[in-house]
Design a protein around this ligand. Structure first.
Ligand SMILES: [Zn+2]
Length: 168
């Protein structure tokens, strides 16, 4: 890393810190020649292979734009969308590969979007998965219902369990 002040060809790393989303590393450096301090940010590259075979770099912005369409008229804020895009990036980065299929991004969007807004989820999933008939929508609604009932019964079950233990 060249010193931005005197162009010396080398610099000493004083401190490294990973960003909150794990996508970049910030390093504080010092030039051994002129003594000036500066910092650099290194971003691990993440590329997406589209269905057409075109490769492009991963972009949270594109995720937000894609999901925003499905959220029209729904109580979803810009910060909700930003958080969702962050979650999606963390999910795909956690796979450890630097190149992912566009399809995997779609999959990674579904779960956090379901939690955010079920109507937006239905809209997004219907386009993404190419639902063609009422039966497809029905099947998805059944999964949503089953999921909700499972969550609700799961919580009350836990509550009862806690009570039973403390009553003893
Ligand atoms: Zn220097």
């Amino acid at each position: 890393m060249h010193c931005p002040f005197c162009r010396h060809a080398d610099s000493r790393v004083m401190d490294s810190r990973t960003s909150e989303d794990g996508a970049s590393i910030r390093r504080r450096r010092q030039c051994p020649e002129c003594g000036m301090r500066f910092s650099t940010t290194e971003t691990a590259s993440l590329t997406v292979v589209k269905r057409s075979g075109v490769i492009e770099s991963f972009s949270r912005h594109k995720i937000v734009n894609g999901v925003r369409k499905a959220c029209q008229g729904r109580p979803v804020s810009e910060s909700d969308l930003a958080l969702l895009a962050q979650t999606v990036e963390e999910t795909v980065r956690a796979t450890g590969s630097s190149q992912i299929e566009a399809n995997e991004i779609g999959l990674a969007i579904l779960e956090p979007l379901r939690k955010l807004d079920e109507v937006a989820f239905m809209r997004f999933a219907s386009v993404y998965q190419g639902w063609e008939s009422l039966a497809d929508f029905e099947a998805a609604i059944n999964v949503l219902r089953a999921n909700r009932e499972y969550t609700e019964s799961g919580e009350s079950f836990d509550l009862d369990e806690t009570k039973r233990l403390t009553d003893r």
